[in-house]
Design a protein around this ligand. Structure first.
Ligand SMILES: [Cu+2]
Length: 380
C-alpha cells in the first residue's frame, strides 16, 4: 500500500521515456495475471470456508473474529474497524446538528470562517486529521440565506498551507474570489445569492481531491424568494467519504491519496460521522412533512438518496428550484451537487434514510428519522 500523509502530498512523476512506459506496461500485465490467480485462489478459499462453515466448527471463535480484513483488496481497507467500546463511544458522540439554521436578517449576510487543522472523530473511536472550516470538523457550518441577499464571505487561514473557498451558489470570477489564502492571512469577497437551491462549498486549492477529502466542504442553502411549501422539520445532510492511511484508533489517520484516487473509501458519512443519526435519530411527528436539504460533497462519490418505508413526495433535483419531481423513490445527488426532498410520513416508526448504493450504507452513510415514539425507543 502506498500512502501519503496529507501534508506531504506529492503528485506522481511522469514517465520519462517510452521505454519506461513499456516496462510499466509489462509489470502491469504481470500484476493483472497475479491478481487473476489470487482471485481464483480466493474463490476456491471462499468455497472451502463455506464448506467448513457447514461442517462442525473447528476454528476457535477468537481467531475467526480477528480475520484479516486486508487480504481481499490491493489497497488496505480500514472499513468497519472500530474499538471494542464503539457502541458506548457512538452513544457519547454529540451528533452534528442537522437542523437548518434560521436566515439572518438584512440584505447582507456576513460569514466568517477560520480554517483550522484539527483532529475529529469520523466514526466511533476513529480519529482523522482534518483541515476544517470554522473549527467544525467536517462539514463546515451551514450557511442559510434568502435568494437576493448578499453573502459577504471572509476566510481566515489558521492552517499551515494555502486554502481557499469556492461557493457553487456564486456567479463570480473564481480566479479572483476563490483564490488561495496564505497561512495567517484573511480574504473577503461577496456575491449575491441569486439562484435558489442547496449548494456545495469547498476548498478549491490544488490538489482539490486532497482538500475536500480532508474535510473542507459544507452546504449553503439559498431559500427561494417566494418560499417553498411549508413543512414541519428541515434537516441538512452533507454526504461525503473518507480515505485513511491507518485505522485512526491509536493515532489519528491522515489522507491516503492512492485510495482517494481509487475511490475506495474506508468510511462514508452524513455530516461527517458514520451512522451518527442511527444512534441519535432525527425526529418528526406522525403526519409531519420533513424536508431534507442534501449535498453530496464527495470528494468523488455520489449519494443516492432514499428514505426506507417512504416516498419522496417532492424532489427538487440538483439546485433547480423552478420545478420538482413528485413521488419518486431514489434520487442521485451527484458529487458537487445538491437536492431538496420533502417526505410526509403518517405512521409512527423508524425510517432509515440512506444512500441506496448499499456499499455506502455498509460504510456508514445511513441515519434514522424517528417518527413519533415507536415502542422501545426513548421519547424526544
Ligand atoms: Cu484547502
Amino acid at each position: 500500500m502506498t500512502s501519503h500523509p496529507a501534508t506531504a502530498y506529492r503528485p506522481p512523476r511522469k514517465p520519462e521515456s517510452g521505454a519506461l512506459v513499456k516496462v510499466v506496461a509489462l509489470f502491469l500485465g504481470i500484476a493483472v495475471g497475479i491478481l487473476a490467480f489470487l482471485a481464483l485462489f480466493m474463490w476456491a478459499d471462499a468455497r472451502d470456508s463455506r464448506d467448513a462453515a457447514a461442517a462442525p466448527a473447528s476454528t476457535p471463535p477468537a481467531a475467526a473474529a480477528h480475520a484479516d480484513h486486508n487480504t481481499a483488496l490491493p489497497i488496505e481497507s480500514f472499513a468497519g474497524v472500530v474499538p471494542k467500546n464503539a457502541q458506548e463511544l457512538a452513544a457519547a458522540h454529540k451528533a452534528y446538528d442537522a437542523t437548518l439554521p434560521p436566515i439572518p436578517a438584512g440584505d447582507v449576510v456576513k460569514v466568517h470562517m477560520t480554517l483550522k487543522d484539527m483532529v475529529v472523530e469520523i466514526a466511533p473511536g476513529v480519529r482523522y486529521n482534518t483541515w476544517a472550516f470554522d473549527g467544525h470538523g467536517a462539514p463546515g457550518p451551514v450557511v442559510h440565506v434568502r435568494e437576493g441577499q448578499t453573502v459577504e464571505m471572509t476566510l481566515t487561514n489558521g492552517g499551515s498551507i494555502p486554502h481557499s473557498i469556492d461557493f457553487h451558489a456564486a456567479r463570480i470570477a473564481p480566479n479572483v474570489a476563490f483564490r488561495d489564502v496564505m497561512p495567517g492571512d484573511s480574504f473577503s469577497f461577496k456575491f449575491t445569492a441569486g439562484d435558489p437551491g442547496v449548494f456545495m462549498y469547498h476548498c478549491g486549492t490544488k490538489p482539490v481531491l486532497a482538500h475536500i477529502a480532508n474535510g473542507m466542504y459544507g452546504a449553503i442553502v439559498v431559500e427561494p424568494k417566494e418560499g417553498l411549501p411549508a413543512v414541519d422539520n428541515e434537516y441538512v445532510l452533507v454526504a461525503s467519504e473518507w480515505y485513511m492511511n491507518g485505522d485512526g484508533i491509536d493515532e489519528p489517520a491522515s489522507l491516503d491519496m492512492a485510495k482517494a484516487r481509487a475511490m475506495t473509501p474506508d468510511w462514508t458519512t452524513f455530516n461527517g460521522y458514520a451512522n451518527q443519526y442511527v444512534t441519535h435519530p432525527l425526529t418528526a411527528d406522525p403526519g409531519d412533512t420533513t424536508r431534507f436539504w442534501v449535498v453530496a460533497a464527495g470528494p468523488t462519490l455520489d449519494t443516492n438518496f432514499h428514505v426506507v418505508g417512504a416516498i419522496l413526495d417532492r424532489a427538487w433535483v440538483d439546485g433547480d428550484m423552478s420545478r420538482h419531481e413528485s413521488r419518486v423513490q431514489t434520487v442521485a445527488v451527484p458529487a458537487g451537487g445538491g437536492a431538496v426532498f420533502d417526505v410526509r410520513i403518517a405512521e409512527t416508526g423508524l425510517y432509515p434514510f440512506v444512500s441506496h448504493a448499499f456499499a455506502h450504507v455498509d460504510l456508514g452513510q445511513v441515519g434514522l428519522l424517528k417518527v413519533g415514539n415507536p415502542p422501545g425507543t426513548m421519547s424526544h
